[in-house]
Design a binder for this molecule. Structure first.
Ligand SMILES: C[S@@+](CC[C@H](N)C(=O)[O-])C[C@H]1O[C@@H](n2cnc3c(N)ncnc32)[C@H](O)[C@@H]1O
Length: 562
């Protein structure tokens, strides 16, 4: 049986419930085969059970993504090493069984959990030769880090050359000593982790777990993974006398009853518990928890409607549009709203640009459509709103960002330039606000975010831009008026006033020489980047800003204050 052969390549000592099951079935099958009185049907059924049990681990190995070359090397080096000899030579304090390595499927599972939980800081308790540590480090972002606690100095040296060969090894710091002492040091230093992997001495699991939660080593909504939580099935077998099995049984029960967390045990290999720290609202739901008298049990403590502040900034299920989204600030707004969970209509005068940004969003898994519209034309504005509503049935977020800027000395400003600027910047913004506002007033909910400008507050110089400055001052007054007129019907209107933003527009031949001059006027010492504005649009689009209306949120590196 080929799958059985693959399976036996990986381990020669039974260590997991499935491996024990295979052993027992093999023995039963042997007995059946050597006994002529056994009914054929029993033999056939035993073989079927054996095929299922035998095939599982090999199949999981084959179907899980391949491990990296350094991980494969680490696995092989661990398997080939003579661990009894190093123990007898006094190089390790304990006799280390090579089977305690996490290995391919579990390593990939941990790496996947790191990705899914977006962990940046990981704590591992019990590193052995570093297979799990390196697997998790591979799932971390470039600036992520992992602290591995290990009692054996020998193992740190064993793992080092392979960590050094991996591009992810630099994320790992090994702390040698008893894990409990290391946890105390980490807590004293105020460290916190997004994910903890407990995989050391089984009798201490409960102490590690309690210490981690009681000393806030796990951040809010962090995850603890625990290896061997099925402990060779001993946690649920009635006749268990094994101390480690009993320790794990108590541990599982303790976690199950702990209101601060939720747990599942995944029956992979020897069992992996995934334990999530729950928000206070979930922890307290349906329970009569009585706190210490110093605790104020209110919405600040539990989170408004049970949602933490970052959850309240999520835009999942909302429909947004952004005008002028083909480039610059509008493109950054479209990405930001999409990343926060909204569906986004990417609106631009230039069809190619709108489609380009929509393609970017699609690649990131954001639901979107591209719409070509000239927002200075009322028919285009109506068509834009109608197509969004017919596609998605609502509009919760309207981001009126499209604008133009032309430079001329005021004595030379033509009426054509004035009208064109006002047609887009003010009349166009008004038409968009009105069309989106009508939909939102009917819904009883909406967030309008207009792009104004620092030019609404100061007169940027030395460039001359009368029409632009005046139109943007108009956008602020439009925002204030609508913001107060519609708030009692659930529609908030705010605007963002960026300072001078580093977009292709300011690299034009006429403006480029002015950059040095502008920089000397900006306390922050640099121009704004479009990414500096993204959090503001998400905040104003979210429930977290519900009490804010008619506001002009100025983001200019302090320029308007000098
Ligand atoms: C099951 S192995 C860890 C496997 C490892 N997580 C991996 O990915 O391959 C357990 C490790 O915990 C270490 N260990 C046991 N007791 C410890 C303690 N009190 N403090 C720190 N490490 C300990 C052992 O030396 C051993 O290397």
């Amino acid at each position: 049986n080929q799958t059985a052969q693959i399976y036996f390549l990986f381990t020669d000592i039974s260590d997991t419930p499935m491996e024990f099951m295979v052993d027992f079935l093999n023995k039963a099958k042997e007995i059946a085969d050597s006994n002529a009185n056994i009914p054929e049907e029993l033999r056939v059924n035993l073989q079927k059970a054996l095929d299922i049990a035998c095939g599982l681990d090999g199949y999981l190995e084959k179907m899980s993504s391949q491990e990296s070359a350094p991980l494969a090397e680490l696995y092989q080096k661990t398997m080939e090493h003579d661990w009894d000899k190093v123990f007898e030579e006094g190089k390790t304090q304990f006799r280390l069984p090579k089977e305690c390595i996490t290995g391919h499927v579990e390593g990939q599972t941990l790496k996947m959990l790191v990705h899914m939980s977006k962990a940046k800081r990981i704590l591992e308790i019990g590193m052995f030769t570093g297979y799990g540590a390196l697997s998790m480090a591979e799932g971390l972002p470039e600036d992520g880090s992992l602290v591995a606690c290990e009692i054996e100095q020998y193992l740190k040296e064993f793992a080092k050359p392979i960590f050094d060969r991996s591009p992810h090894g630099k994320k790992i710091t090994v702390k040698i000593g008893s894990a409990m002492d290391s946890l105390k040091d980490l807590a004293a230093a105020g460290e916190q982790f997004d994910m903890v992997f407990i995989d050391a001495d089984k009798n201490n699991y409960i102490n590690y777990y309690k210490f981690i939660l009681d000393h806030n080593l796990l951040r809010l909504s962090g995850v603890i993974c625990v290896d061997n939580s099925l402990f060779k099935a001993k946690v649920y077998l009635k006749d268990t006398a094994d101390v480690n099995g009993l320790a794990l049984r108590d541990f599982n029960q303790f976690v199950k009853s702990d209101l601060r967390v939720e747990q599942v045990i995944v029956p992979l290999r020897d069992g992996i518990s995934i334990i999530r720290r729950v928000p206070m609202a979930t922890a307290c739901a349906g329970t009569q928890v009585t706190y210490d008298s110093k605790v104020t049990d209110d919405e600040v403590f539990r989170g408004l409607n049970g949602r933490s502040i970052l959850d309240r900034m999520r835009l999942d299920g909302r429909v947004a549009y952004v005008t002028g989204a083909g480039q610059g600030i509008g493109r950054a707004f479209a990405h930001a709203l999409g990343e926060a969970g909204a569906k986004v209509a990417v609106v631009d005068l230039d069809q190619g640009k709108a489609e380009g940004v929509a393609e970017e969003l699609t690649l990131k898994g954001i639901n979107c459509i591209a719409i070509t519209a000239d927002i200075s034309k009322s028919l285009d504005v109506e068509r834009m709103i109608d197509s969004i509503v017919s596609k998605w049935g609502a509009i919760q977020i309207a981001c009126n960002n499209a604008g133009i800027n032309m430079n001329s000395a005021s004595e030379d400003t033509s009426l054509k330039e004035w009208d064109q600027t006002f047609d887009v910047n003010l009349r166009g913004t008004f038409m968009c606000c009105q069309a989106a506002g009508r939909v939102m007033l009917k819904q009883g909910y909406g967030k309008i975010i207009n792009t104004a400008s620092m030019a609404s507050l100061i007169v940027p110089h030395p460039q001359k831009q009368l029409a632009y400055n005046t139109s943007k001052a108009g956008v602020v007054k439009l925002t204030q008026t609508l913001g107060t007129e519609w708030i009692d019907r659930g529609v908030r209107v705010n605007c963002i006033s960026p300072g001078i933003v580093d977009t292709p527009l300011i690299h034009s031949e006429s403006l480029r020489p002015l950059v040095q001059r502008w920089l000397s006027d900006i306390p922050a010492g640099r121009l704004a980047l479009v990414t500096d504005l993204q959090a503001a649009v998400v905040y104003l689009a979210s429930d977290a800003s519900d009490y804010m209306t008619g506001h002009n949120l100025v983001i200019e590196g302090g320029q308007s204050l000098w």
